[in-house]
Design a protein around this ligand. Structure first.
Ligand SMILES: [Ca+2]
Ligand SMILES: [Ca+2]
Ligand SMILES: [Ca+2]
Ligand SMILES: [Ca+2]
Length: 357
C-alpha cells in the first residue's frame, strides 16, 4: 500500500523494472528447439486445491518453465496459512501440482512488473502436501514483500510426493503475474535463477560451495548477488575467534541479503549493521532488519531478531543474547532486509563475529 501511494504520488512509472532480470541467467522455458517432451502445464490452474490441479510437468533435465497467473475475480478457498507465509491469505487463489522429489531445489518467482495493477499486486506463494493448509509450516511459503513487489520462493521438498503449489494474496484484489518456475541442479555448470553461483562442481573451498553459495573470505569481502534466501546465500568463511566486515547494499524495493556460516558446538554469534566503511548507520538504513536464522526440520526459522540499540538507527545482535550463544553446531544465517522504499542503492557494512564454544 505504501508503494502504491508513493508510486502514484511521486514516482509515476518509477516502479517498473524493479526486478533486474540481468542479474539472472537464461531460462530454458521458451520453447525453441522443440522436443517431444517439454516442460508444460497439463491444464488451466485450478481454483481449488485437489485432483483438479494441473501438473507442472518437468521432464528429465528440464529446469524451467514460465506461465501467467491471474487470480483476480477468483474465489478464496485457502487462507489459513499464517504459519507458512506470516499472514492470512484472504485473496483469491490458484493451484497447480508438482511431482517433487526429496531434496530437489524448486524455485518460484512471481513477477508482477509487466502487468496492469502491479502497484497493488501482492502475491504470496506456498506449497501444501495434501491440501491441509493448516499443515503449512515455516519454509513452506512466503509473503515477504509488500504490494508492488515480486516474490521469490525457494522450496526444498522434505518428502518425495505430489505437492500442491498455490498462488495467493493477502488482500481481496488478487493479482496478475508471470510465474518463473525452476527446478535447478547445483554443480551442472549452469547458474540458474535462485543459484548464487554454479562452478560446475560440488567442491567447497573454491569460491562456490556444494550448495551453490558463493564463499566470501578475507576481512572485508563484498556481497555477491543474488543472495535473497538461505538456499542462495553468500557463505562466510569464518573460523571461531574471527570476525568479518561484509560490504553490501540494499538495492531495490524488497531486497534481501542472506549470509550463511558454520558455528561450532556451543559457539556464539554477534552481528551489527552499520554504514559503509564501519561508519555510523545512515538514515537511509533506518528500518532495516537484521535476523539470525537457523534451518530446522521444517525449513528456515528466525532464531533472533536484532534490536536497535538506544541512540542508534541500525539493528544489532549481541553475543550476550541468550539465543545467539551456546548454539548447537550447524549452519546459521544472517538476513538483512529493507522492505520499504528508498530512492537509491544504500551501502552498508555488516560486522559479524564468531566466538568458539
Ligand atoms: Ca486465499
Ligand atoms: Ca545449476
Ligand atoms: Ca544486496
Ligand atoms: Ca540480495
Amino acid at each position: 500500500v505504501l508503494c502504491a501511494a508513493l508510486c502514484a504520488a511521486a514516482l509515476g512509472s518509477g516502479c517498473v523494472g524493479l526486478f533486474d532480470e540481468s542479474l539472472y541467467l537464461e531460462r530454458d522455458g521458451g520453447g525453441d528447439g522443440a522436443t517431444a517432451d517439454e516442460p508444460r502445464l497439463t491444464g488451466e490452474l485450478a481454483e481449488v486445491c485437489g485432483s483438479e490441479a494441473p501438473l507442472l510437468h518437468f521432464p528429465e533435465g528440464a529446469q524451467s518453465f514460465d506461465f501467467d497467473v491471474d487470480t483476480q475475480g477468483g474465489s478464496d478457498t485457502t487462507n489459513q496459512v499464517i504459519r507458512c507465509t506470516g499472514r492470512a491469505q484472504t485473496g483469491p487463489d490458484l493451484f497447480l501440482a508438482i511431482d517433487a522429489v526429496e531434496g530437489e531445489h524448486w524455485h518460484f518467482h512471481v513477477d508482477v512488473d509487466p502487468f496492469e495493477g502491479r502497484e497493488t499486486a501482492n502475491p504470496a506463494i506456498y506449497v501444501l502436501r495434501g491440501c491441509d493448509e493448516r499443515a503449512c509450516s515455516e519454509g513452506d511459503g512466503l509473503d515477504v514483500c509488500e504490494a508492488g513487489s515480486d516474490e521469490h520462493f525457494t522450496f526444498i521438498p522434505r518428502a518425495t510426493d505430489r505437492h500442491t503449489v498455490a498462488f495467493d494474496s493477502p488482500t481481496a484484489d488478487g493479482f496478475q503475474g508471470r510465474v518463473l518456475a525452476f527446478r535447478t541442479v547445483c554443480g551442472d555448470g549452469r547458474r540458474d535463477h535462485s543459484e548464487n553461483c554454479d562452478d560446475g562442481n560440488l567442491d567447497g573451498g573454491d569460491g562456490c560451495d556444494a550448495e551453490c553459495r558463493s564463499e566470501l573470505s578475507g576481512a572485508r569481502p563484498r556481497e555477491i548477488e543474488v543472495n535473497d534466501d538461505i538456499y542462495g546465500a553468500n557463505f562466510l568463511v569464518l573460523a571461531p575467534g574471527e570476525s568479518m566486515a561484509v560490504r553490501g547494499s540494499v538495492d531495490s524495493l524488497c531486497e534481501v541479503d542472506v549470509y550463511g556460516f558454520d558455528v561450532p558446538e556451543g559457539g556464539a554469534v554477534s552481528a551489527a549493521l552499520g554504514g559503509e566503511g564501519g561508519g555510523a548507520c545512515p538514515a537511509a538504513l533506518e528500518g532495516a532488519q537484521l535476523e539470525l536464522l537457523e534451518l530446522t526440520a521444517s525449513g528456515p526459522s528466525v532464531r533472533v531478531t536484532g534490536e536497535v540499540p538506544s541512540g542508534a538507527l541500525c539493528p544489532a545482535i549481541g553475543a550476550d543474547d541468550a539465543l545467539a550463544r551456546d548454539l548447537p553446531a550447524g549452519t546459521y544465517y544472517l538476513r538483512v532486509t529493507k522492505l520499504r522504499e528508498r530512492p537509491d542503492s544504500v551501502p552498508y557494512q555488516l560486522d559479524v563475529a564468531l566466538e568458539p564454544g
